[in-house]
Design a binder for this molecule. Structure first.
Ligand code: XUL
Ligand code: CO
Length: 436
């Protein structure tokens, strides 16, 4: 079969001294890190929408990307070439998974029935590609934000016909995710929010969204989809305010609608930045509540207020992410999906490969640093010590909820020697530096 990316070789591991842009310097899937191989720890995934469909457009400029399928006009032929391109590129890069939105991979039609027909054709083609390539589906999702009908939202639209259309579309997207053995299914509420409160009934919108997700849980059961359902937080963009703003707000929402056992989170670094949180905060919150499911691996620009979806190359960032993932005992069915796009001036196919390599190498280094920090209890020994007061005495009683305000008042009322320790922040920051 003719290669789609003949200039991209199977990427070798050449080690840190290599100057070859198309080689791994740190990522080596067979290297053992703790009790697993690097490949088992780092379940990378390629995002179809950015890598196959991204052209480098921005509000001020047209497509810059040069791609092997430029000039192909027939939409179904184009869809097949790009899908085969994805399988070839992921295989050459040793990326085991991919993710897609329904409308990324096959052209839309005038009706949902027509959209489904096009999608079915591509899904059959993916099943053929499964025979020849090792790449598999990390998660599928429905694209409920591009077309004009979704301008006011999907599950939160004021218009029931749109709500119904979105439900029908998610039903189909869940079916194809199951058909392709997808390990998870993602809900990202791109337009589930508002532009202005002057026209918004928040009560109806939140209740409808809760009900929408309840029906999704029921349908997953009905068709025997056993993959993990994931919600992806983002505070804004494209809407001014999105209801799934961050891990904390989703946790509250899930509990209100009795959905907290059915969903975990797919947490994206750039979305955390937009929410005014660190990625570490979002991961640690989700981990603490037992809802850390998967990661959209990218990074933003702290100076910009929008979603730049850059490849994750910051080793402090990847170390913090991998530390939380290790403390979580891994991501289980989740993975590290490069929801990232090359910069507009990086327009060649070699840039696509180099960008993924850069992200994979940064995560390999982050993993090794995080594993050493965890093994040597570089941070956790201090954290355990800081809270040790709760292991016995009055602290134990508080943890066991065996006190009243009166008991606590009696305990402290004549105490003159209340002691606290140093938080040692600067020292701990220097400790992290020694592992990076
Ligand atoms: C948008 C975004 C989405 C989701 C899937 O910011 O992250 O691509 O990951 O819909
Ligand atoms: Co994402």
């Amino acid at each position: 079969m003719k290669e789609i990316f003949p200039t991209i070789p199977s990427i070798p591991h050449e080690g840190p001294d290599s100057k070859n842009p198309l080689a791994f310097k740190y990522f080596d899937p067979n290297k053992n890190v703790g009790d697993k191989s690097m490949g088992e720890h780092l379940r990378f995934s390629m995002a179809y929408w950015h890598t196959m469909n991204g052209g480098g457009t921005d509000p001020f400029g047209t497509v810059t990307a040069v791609r092997p399928w430029d000039g192909v006009r027939d939409p179904m032929e184009l869809a097949r070439i790009k899908m085969r391109g994805l399988f070839e590129l992921t295989t050459k890069l040793q990326i085991p998974f991919f993710c897609f939105h329904d409308r990324d991979v096959a052209p839309a039609g005038d009706t949902l029935r027509e959209c489904n027909r096009n999608l079915d054709e591509i899904v059959s083609y993916v099943k053929e590609l499964y025979q020849d390539y090792p790449t598999r589906l990390l998660w599928g999702t429905a694209q409920l934000f591009w077309f004009p009908k979704f301008m006011h939202g999907a599950g939160t639209s004021p218009y029931p016909d749109v709500f119904a259309y979105a439900a029908g579309q998610v039903k189909k997207a869940m079916e194809v995710t199951k058909e392709l053995d997808g390990e998870n299914y993602v809900f990202w509420g791109g337009r589930e929010g508002y532009e202005t409160l002057l026209n918004t009934d928040m009560g109806i919108e939140l209740d409808n969204l809760g009900y929408f997700l309840r029906m999704a849980v029921d349908y997953a059961k009905e068709i025997g989809f056993t993959g993990q359902l994931l919600i992806e937080p983002k505070p804004k963009e494209p809407t001014k305010h999105q209801y799934d703003a961050d891990a904390g707000s989703i946790w509250g929402f899930l509990q209100e609608y009795n959905l907290e056992k059915a969903f975990k989170l797919n947490i994206e670094t750039n979305h955390a930045t937009l929410a005014g949180h660190t990625m570490q905060h979002e991961l640690q919150f989700a981990r603490t509540k037992g809802i850390l499911g998967s990661v959209d691996a990218n990074q933003g620009d702290e100076l910009l207020g929008w979603d730049t979806d850059q490849f994750p190359t910051n080793i402090y960032g990847t170390t913090a992410i991998m530390y939380q993932i290790l403390l979580n005992g891994g991501l289980h069915t989740g993975g590290l999906n490069f929801d990232a796009k090359v910069r507009r001036p990086s327009f060649t196919v070699e840039d696509l490969a180099a960008a993924h390599i850069a992200g994979m190498d940064a995560f390999a280094r982050g993993l090794e640093a995080a594993q050493a920090m965890k093994k040597e209890r570089a941070l956790s020994a201090f954290v355990d010590e800081r809270y040790a007061g709760y292991n016995d005495g009055i602290g134990r009683k508080i943890r066991d909820k065996q006190t009243s305000f009166a008991d606590l008042e009696a305990y402290v009322i004549d105490k003159s020697d209340i002691q606290v320790g140093s938080g040692k922040q600067e020292y701990l920051e220097s400790v992290v530096n020694t592992y990076i």
